[in-house]
Design a protein around this ligand. Sequence first.
Ligand SMILES: [Zn+2]
Length: 107
Amino acid sequence: MISLTNTKHATPFEATEYHQFVCSRRKECKCACSIVAGPRGKATSQKLPRSFRINGKETLDGLDDEVLFLPAVKEAINSGWLRLTRVPKTQVEAKAKTEIKPEIKRS
Ligand SMILES: [Zn+2]
């Protein structure tokens, strides 16, 4: 998991091509599909390629590591537009498991 922060005040960052780079890498599509009426009124699903936007001085959490393969994201990090924060996996798991505290008995 990664977080991206837009360091600029007035310039929102927007990345498209999510499907091309992220979905194909992870071999799992996270894009939204909408049901539209096709020819002869037959319902067909239409893929809406996922994209994301980070407004000025905002941070977007919980992004998949694969978004780093997006050319727009790479460029923005290199130029200092976006600040990358890696969220350690253990931290994510610890957050999710706050209620469960297994007791490890050592003898
Ligand atoms: Zn996709």
